[in-house]
Design a protein around this ligand. Structure first.
Ligand SMILES: [Zn+2]
Length: 72
């Protein structure tokens, strides 16, 4: 397995090291966006705490809809 390599799509900063496999190191240190990580020729998007926050908001219950109750 080759050393993981990452590049920031926004500011172009480059990172290299096994720490990139951990989600807490998959964010650009200068601008905070997800890094594009390349491991063994495969590229995947890193983790960003900002995305996680957005995901939590999306998962919040929709209060505009009435709760569906089964009829008896
Ligand atoms: Zn950056």
């Amino acid at each position: 397995m080759n050393m993981p390599y990452a590049e920031c799509p926004k500011c172009g900063a480059c990172y290299q090291g096994w720490a990139l496999l951990h989600s807490r190191h998959q964010t650009c240190a200068s601008c905070g966006v997800k890094l594009k990580i390349t491991v063994n020729g495969q590229t995947f998007e890193g983790y960003s705490p900002f995305d996680a926050e957005r995901l939590i908001i999306n998962l919040a219950p929709d209060k505009t809809k009435k709760k569906h109750q089964p009829k008896r």
